[in-house]
Design a protein around this ligand. Sequence first.
Ligand code: SAM
Length: 276
Amino acid sequence: MASRVLLTGMELGVFDALDQGHDDVQALCAALRTDPRATERLLNALAAMGLLTKDDDGRFGNTVEAWRFLVTDSAECQTGALRHYANLWRSWSTLTEVLRTGAPVRRADTSPQEDATASFMAAMEYFARQRAPEVARSIDLADAERMLDVGGGPAIYSIEFCRRYPNLRATVFDLPAVLPIAREHIEDARLSDRIELQSGDYCVDEFGAGYDLVLLSSILHSNSEEQNRELLTKAFRALGPGGAVLIQEFVVDDSRTDPPGAALFGINMLVNTPLG
Ligand SMILES: C[S@@+](CC[C@H](N)C(=O)[O-])C[C@H]1O[C@@H](n2cnc3c(N)ncnc32)[C@H](O)[C@@H]1O
């Protein structure tokens, strides 16, 4: 219940509207073009969840947490990533149907919204910023000169690896729609001279040759076993002598129930991909 209330508040723009001073129900409804009775109920629920304050006159405001993470103007705003969860909500709601047919459901009302690439990349950025430093520490690349980041998305891993290893240059390989987002992050990190972009489809295109490292971070889970065998064969072909393939993935143990997060992530692939 709380997740749905939060996502709807974010989708409607409640937190931005409050930040802009629309702090009573009437003003908010006018700004958001919503129904007053329903809006008041949502605002009360958000206040009950600790995301909004409510004063004795019935005026609402953002709490510090809401301001930090849910207002677009905040440097720490996470609504891009949350939009990805709103998209996932649509596909997860088809789970019962997927269990009957064994295949993901593709309908207009379950398809990702327009900004799906941007929100997907925002979510990938959010996780990568937490994980990339540890992944970069997990391997010694002091002698490495070239890495290939297959499906590198927002390029956060390439950026982290290049920061840690000054002799390293990276190539971020991804679909064309994603590369402008990667470019923005690389420019922000001032690493355009060491990280290049390669547009392609990893199911179809070759990767080139001579890499010291091929990184497959959160890539294999989307594909079938056969696709992954081909992908790994291609990754090995792209390595120079002494090179390595580094895989970061959700991995379940032999029971297939542990760790719980990985077991649940399997459901995410079930509802969103044909064979992952
Ligand atoms: C789950 S994200 C992982 C992003 C990044 N590696 C990370 O760990 O943060 C998967 C990435 O693979 C890319 N991708 C998916 N299918 C692809 C394909 N056929 N060819 C190239 N890239 C693809 C997506 O655009 C996305 O950036």
